[in-house]
Design a protein. Structure first.
Length: 373
């Protein structure tokens, strides 16, 4: 599930550096809809889609974006937002350049590395995004070994001081330079910074403390969620090596488009086609809503471009329970392109009654179009 790209994240989304958050979100939504594997059958679509998601996950997070702007891809891990680069964080970066005391080494031994964060792409319907839903997802991830409980040691086996680092958990190399002696500190490759090694590794996980397993989870999707939003499940990512804490699982939500409704935040929009007679005389028509079709009244004399607002029929607000947007019905008066003889006679009679006598009967439709444009 982890992804990597060598391209600049801003180039991936097609936005300039310094682009505001809303521009980044718009670019992501457009590209995600274009390259989603369910829609785009190009063989490169899955990798392109992963690349787009990876870039958005970094640039949409203020902290990760700052790290990326300062250090590039090294600032957000090896091609993904799983840390702050090969050093793990700014504190480790400082230690790598200037050395760390015994207290720092002890702190690293006391905290086994955390597991990696995971990302799961979930596609839901437009209606589900409005009312909310619960989905069961299944994925493969590194989980804590049931045999050794994540320690990496065969049950009954003990641990001893690491012979390579003598229990320090780190390897120090001192070299002379023009500026004096420089100390290079790296994590011990044998004990992985813990300072101890097990006598006999667990046969099931080979000392790693975790094994690959299929997992099932139920995810609650809140009402009002939008394209590109993520649901974070804390501690449901990969288990950390040698008993380390688990990472998080991020469920990235992708919403199918509605055939007639358009969404902008918590507002919904629909273009209502009306005939000339319906707009003039009034009518009872059916319009789509997030919950299904609904009949509304159109007043006589409704003008082209008029808006009928259905309050509280839009999208629920994610962070304000009980608050919901509106549905905006915009009137689109349609002029017929072909008329029967009887229809033409009636329109000509209407034009005469209104004092509009066209010089050529064939131009009556043009006059009607001009009147409602």
């Amino acid at each position: 599930m982890r992804m990597a790209t060598s391209r600049d994240y801003y180039d991936v989304l097609g936005v300039p550096r310094g682009a505001p958050d809303d521009e980044i979100k718009r670019a992501f939504r457009k590209l995600a809809q274009q390259w989603h594997p369910d829609v785009n059958k190009d063989p490169s679509a899955p990798e392109r889609f992963k690349e787009i998601n990876e870039a958005y996950q970094v640039l949409s997070d203020p902290q990760q974006r700052r790290a990326y702007d300062m250090f590039g891809r090294a600032g957000v891990g090896n091609g993904g937002p799983e840390g702050y680069g090969p050093f793990g964080g700014f504190g480790d970066l400082f230690d790598a350049f200037f050395g760390a005391g015994a207290g720092g080494a002890q702190a690293r031994r006391a905290r086994p590395p955390a597991g990696s964060d995971l990302r799961y792409d979930l596609r839901i319907s437009f209606e589900e995004s409005i009312r909310g839903t619960e989905k069961e997802i299944e994925f493969s991830a590194l989980d804590r070994c049931p045999t050794c409980s994540g320690t990496g040691a065969e049950p009954g086996s003990t641990s001893t001081r690491c012979p390579q680092c003598n229990g320090l958990g780190e390897i120090r190399q001192v070299r002379s330079t023009m500026l004096g002696q420089m100390v290079n500190v790296t994590v011990c490759p044998r004990c992985h910074g813990e300072g101890s090694v097990v006598e006999t590794s667990c046969q099931e996980c080979h000392g790693e403390g975790r094994v690959q397993r299929r997992r099932k989870l139920r995810v609650e999707i809140p009402a009002g969620i939008d394209e590109g939003h993520q649901v974070r499940l804390t501690g449901e990512g990969e288990a950390g090596p040698r008993g380390g804490p688990a990472g998080n699982l991020y469920v990235a939500v992708h919403v199918e488009e509605h055939p007639a409704l358009r969404r902008d935040g918590t507002e919904l929009y629909y273009d209502l086609p009306l005939s000339i007679t319906q707009a003039s005389l009034g009518a009872r028509v059916t319009v789509p809503t997030a919950e299904g079709d609904e009949a509304i009244e159109v007043k006589s004399g409704t003008q082209p471009g008029a808006e009928i607002r259905l309050r509280g029929r839009g999208v629920p607000h994610l962070r304000r329970p009980g608050v919901r947007g509106d549905l905006h019905v915009r009137v689109d008066v349609r002029v017929p392109t072909r008329l029967s003889k009887r229809q033409r006679e009636l329109l000509e009679a209407l034009a005469a009654e209104s004092g509009e006598r066209p010089t050529k009967p064939g131009r009556i439709l043009d006059r009607v179009k001009d009147a409602i444009s």
